[in-house]
Design a binder for this molecule. Structure first.
Ligand code: ATP
Ligand code: MG
Length: 202
């Protein structure tokens, strides 16, 4: 019998992608014995309407640049190319359709985001299609997750080295002309500069 493929899906806005995302994906790859991690930049995010999100093509390209040297990382255009708002459940259903039943899908996310997922559109449908790998920082308080919820949604927790890096902080730093070096790959920082991204973020 052929071995079941184990595929991690790292969804995100990636505006811009940074070492927090990359370390988390690598850690999931190893800890959960995944065959690969597919980065899935959002197209039109439904949850981030309070700020202007950088055009998807820029975010997609930055994700490609950041992951290019890792043979176990891929980037999917699925959400970028889909018109209209993005729902993770639609993406996961489409992936499931594409890959058939012979693949296990793991949606990789920060532990705080998993909490939100429980309230997402069609979270029940999502639970039938994939399981979740939730990244926590050492010392993170898991008591807010009930065991029932974790079991129902098939959430597994994974500790990653504490990385207080966020895209929000990077955008703010660029706008304020503060350094972003060592927070994200050098080539992504160069892409940000070349295209004048985040320069006018409030
Ligand atoms: P923003 O500040 O704009 O919200 P972000 O840094 O949180 O951006 P996202 O693209 O929103 O990045 O996150 C994509 C995924 O990566 C989410 O599941 C999020 O929980 C996770 N993530 C973000 N930053 C980190 C980090 N430093 N360590 C581990 N996981 C992270
Ligand atoms: Mg976020």
């Amino acid at each position: 019998m052929r071995k079941k493929l184990r595929i991690g899906i790292m969804g995100g806005t990636f505006d811009p992608i940074h070492y927090g995302h990359l370390v988390t994906a690598e850690e999931a790859l190893v800890q959960f014995n995944l065959d690969k991690v597919v980065f899935m930049p959002t197209g039109n995010p439904v949850r981030k309407t309070h700020r202007k999100v950088t055009p998807a093509e820029h975010r997609y390209l930055m994700t490609v640049i950041a992951t290019a040297s890792n043979p176990d990382f891929e980037v999917s255009r699925m959400e970028v190319d889909r018109p209209g708002p993005t729902y993770t459940v639609d993406t996961m259903l489409a992936l499931r359709q594409e890959l058939g039943p012979d693949a296990d899908l793991y949606f990789i996310t920060g532990a705080d985001a998993v909490w939100e997922i429980l309230t997402w559109k069609d979270s029940e449908a999502l639970a039938g299609v994939c399981s979740f790998i939730a990244a926590t920082r050492p010392g993170y308080d898991l008591s807010r997750f009930s065991r029932d919820d974790a079991e129902r949604m098939r959430v597994e927790f994974m500790e990653v080295p504490a990385l207080a890096i966020s895209s929000t902080d990077i955008r703010r730093r660029v706008a304020e002309r503060r350094p972003i070096r060592y927070l994200l790959p050098e080539a992504v920082a160069a892409y940000v500069r070349k295209n004048g991204l985040y320069a006018s973020e409030a």
